[in-house]
Design a protein around this ligand. Structure first.
Ligand code: HAM
Length: 432
């Protein structure tokens, strides 16, 4: 039901703006995605981690940066009964680093490869591809400063986005240098944009003074044009070591035949990034076209109280990937259909039908049992509607007493009467 066509039955308790129900018909696509993510991650040596939905607000303001849009405007923050400020997680990298430190994962091994999947919350204006509760999967690799780690992370992101969204995708990458080398660039950026300060909005003028890199997060076309024309390119002002790292990342992507474009304005909207940043976009999505974004964040672990630890990761938006798959006609996940419809022709046969349902399920078959006491014709119609490959019919008392039931192949229409203890094997061999 579209928002323009409100259902009067749901007027009182409709879902909140920017939130979505994931209905049974949509779940197979989600499961397919979740399975693909788990397969690719485990083939690449990543282990799943699950962290709480809410954390101390300070984790995000310190980790992501108080002047980012994410922290400044978009967080769902509330006080608990003890007066502590808590926030529904708006992103997962800070939470993962918190868990990594809290459980001393660095003591088990110098390198932690972690992945995750779950809901996030951002108070943004809802539109196509932008929700207030949405889901991401992603990974964080903590411990290696080397470019081959960036290449691994980017290549996993690329492989998953291609497998899940299909269609033509674009990858943009950049380097924003390390904090030491960035200071000089930030001065230069301020000087170059100072003459235009009077024409800027209040927010941008403040950012120019306090955190000029955040100016690149603007959606304002005029501001974008200004940056395009007058902002020096950050990748041209980083240290030699940063440039070497960037060159090695690009060479690694070339080796893997992963296409990319360098985009000197790609700074990403979160404060923790250092050196590599990247984003994968899909042209079928419209304004909210980023499927996935990530980069290196060599300072975050120390920023959150841990030892200096290099790290790199990405996160992808699940709703956007599924939307892109639909819009580009990418093959949807096969529907999940039951193997068997368990039918009974009379009320007195229901106990036997219930017992056989249980046996068939124990034998590994998926079985839907009739519980509406409909006519056999209506039961078989239901079996067809659900896409069941077989119907097992408790047909008459004589048959049931002899320990027999009828197995009907719903595709060919063929019917065979079989002993109850042979039905599982018969159906399993036909299902192949
Ligand atoms: P992000 O770019 O904020 O990065 O989010 C990653 C992806 O989440 C986006 O590319 C988009 O697909 C999806 N997304 C973000 N906001 C929404 C929304 N309101 N509705 C629907 N989808 C959305 C991060 O979150 C970083 N933690 C990524 C990272 C991991 N960097 C290093 N490690």
């Amino acid at each position: 039901m579209s928002p323009a066509d409100p259902n009067p039955r749901a007027e009182r308790f409709s879902r909140l703006k920017g939130t979505h129900d994931i209905l049974p018909a949509q779940v197979p696509a989600w499961r397919h995605l979740e399975k693909t993510v788990a397969d690719v991650m485990s083939r690449s040596g990543y282990h799943e981690i699950r962290t709480p939905i809410f954390e101390r607000t300070e984790l995000f303001s310190r980790g992501v940066g108080a002047q980012t849009d994410l922290v400044g405007k978009e967080m769902y923050t509330f006080e608990d009964q003890g007066g502590k400020s808590l926030t529904l997680r708006p992103e997962l990298t800070a939470s993962i680093v918190r868990a990594y430190l809290q459980h001393n994962l660095d003591r088990d091994s110098p390198l932690s490869r972690l992945y995750y999947l779950g809901p996030l919350f951002r108070q943004e204006r809802p539109q196509k591809g932008r929700q207030r509760q949405f889901h991401q999967f992603g990974l964080e690799a903590l411990g290696s400063p080397h470019p081959e780690q960036d290449v691994e992370v980017i290549s996993i992101a690329w492989e998953l986005c291609r497998a899940l969204a299909g269609g033509e995708l674009t990858m943009r990458i950049n380097t924003i240098g390390s904090p030491g080398s960035r200071a000089g660039y930030l001065d230069l950026l301020r000087q170059s944009l100072e003459p235009f300060k009077a024409g800027m909005g209040e927010n941008d003028a403040r950012r120019l003074a306090t955190n000029p890199l955040r100016l690149f997060d603007t959606k304002d076309p005029q501001m974008r044009a200004l940056l395009q024309e007058h902002a020096p390119k950050i990748s041209e002002h980083v240290s030699a070591a940063d440039s070497d790292h960037y060159a090695a990342v690009q060479a690694g992507l070339d080796t893997l035949d992963i296409p990319f474009a360098s985009d000197p304005t790609l700074v990403r909207g979160l404060d923790y990034y250092t050196r590599t940043t990247f984003e994968i976009t899909s042209p079928v999505l419209g304004a909210q076209d980023a499927l996935c974004g990530g980069g290196r964040y060599d300072g975050l672990v120390a920023q959150l109280g841990g030892p200096s630890t290099p790290a790199v990761g990405f996160a992808a938006g699940i709703e956007r990937l599924l939307l892109a798959a639909t819009e580009s006609g990418h093959e949807p996940a096969p529907a999940e259909t039951p193997d068997v419809y368990m039918a009974a022709t009379g009320d007195d046969l229901i106990p036997q039908a219930t017992a056989l349902t249980h046996e068939l399920r124990k034998g590994g078959l998926s079985v839907v049992q009739e519980v509406m006491r409909r006519s056999l014709k209506a039961q078989l119609r239901e079996a067809n509607r659900l896409g069941c490959r077989f119907a097992v019919i408790m047909g008459d008392t004589a048959g049931a007493n002899k320990g027999m039931a009828v197995v009907k192949n719903m595709t060919s229409g063929e019917q065979t009467e079989l002993p109850l203890d042979e039905i599982v094997a018969e159906i399993r061999s036909s299902l192949g």
